[in-house]
Design a protein around this ligand. Structure first.
Ligand SMILES: [Mn+2]
Length: 329
């Protein structure tokens, strides 16, 4: 059934360009970013099933494997882990939630190849022919919703699953400051398509392995907390993963968990791997997580960002701690 859609006053030209490009191309190449999250995967899932239903040839790829916890997303069996890809000219690359092309696999022919870039990161480098960007969106899923709602067939429950997953995870279950009335309006539309919030909550948040819980226990037990400034840090070593049997993807949300401490304002989680240390930063104070990440070649939002440090774990901790404290002055 067709639902009536309230037209908003501003309909950016880039939205209409994205809609017309998706309509025009026979094939869609959906691109998710590295260390994929619920937003980049959920958007692609929605576009995949919607596109297949409208007769498009669709491929979906990302540079890292899909975390097991997102295997419930419709079309997840079609996801390909690739470092590069070459597609025919009648395929449209669609970058999802990806602030720059280095965050995903290499697409042959880019940047000259006509492509669509859909994102809500404020630091997006506008690398495509069509850049449908809106940093006021709580999730890229909100922007994909705007596109699908303007294409030529109704959005179904199966498309809504990915969009709702993206919306819920990126807004922190509608708790982060990026959550807007629009986020809730789109959530309402998705519920009207048949989404069951209780089921989605279980799929997204009650899906841990015992190993994941043990790994978190280690991270929590070595918490380094500065009460005066509300700064919480912790870390995980390669041995922690080996000994608990947990997977890297099972650390999602750990940095946010540290901000559960009353009056905490900034958190960092450092994770050792074979080549460097991955750092997740979260802020709800004046220190911008993105600013610190940018200084080290990373990226993200003021409230949530990430980067890699090419140092041993201990040196990474010392460097980062000094920088956060300096930044906080
Ligand atoms: Mn996102």
């Amino acid at each position: 059934m067709e639902t009536t859609r309230k037209e908003t006053a501003q309909e950016p030209a880039s939205l209409l360009e994205a809609v017309s490009a998706l309509r025009r191309f026979k094939g869609w190449l959906l691109l998710s970013h590295e260390q994929p999250d619920g937003d980049t995967l959920g958007c692609a899932s929605a576009l995949l099933v919607f596109g297949q239903r409208s007769g498009k040839a669709v491929r979906w790829a990302g540079p890292d494997p899909m975390p097991e916890s997102y295997a419930f997303l419709p079309g997840s069996d079609r996801y390909e882990t690739l470092r590069e890809i070459s597609v025919p000219r009648d395929f449209l690359p669609i970058f999802l939630d990806t602030s720059n092309p280095e965050r995903t696999l290499r697409v042959e022919g880019m940047p000259d190849q006509f492509a669509v870039n859909i994102d809500h990161h404020g630091d997006n480098t506008r690398f495509a022919a069509v850049n449908f960007l809106d940093s006021s969106a709580g999730a890229t899923a909100e922007l994909v919703w705007e596109i699908l709602a303007r294409l030529d067939q109704p959005v179904d429950k199966i498309d809504a699953i990915g969009l709702y997953a993206g919306l819920v995870t990126d807004t922190g279950r509608f708790g982060y400051s990026c959550t807007t009335p629009r986020s809730h309006r789109i959530a309402a539309e998705l519920l009207e398509k048949g989404i069951q919030p209780e089921l989605m909550d279980r799929l997204l948040y009650s899906n841990w392995t015992p190993q994941a819980l043990r790994l978190r226990g280690r991270a929590f037990s070595r918490l380094d907390y500065e009460p005066d400034r509300g700064i919480a840090l912790t870390w995980l070593t390669k041995a922690d993963f080996e000994e608990t049997g947990a997977d890297f993807s099972e650390t999602e949300g750990l940095a946010s968990d540290l901000l559960r401490i009353r009056n905490s304002t900034f958190s960092a989680v450092l994770i050792e791997n074979d080549t460097n240390v991955r750092v997740s930063l979260r802020s709800r104070g004046k220190t911008s997580a993105a600013e610190i990440a940018h200084r080290h070649g990373g990226g993200g939002h003021p409230n949530a960002a990430g980067m890699r440090l090419p140092l041993p774990l201990e040196a990474s901790l010392a460097t980062l701690k000094a920088e956060i404290l300096k930044n906080d002055d």
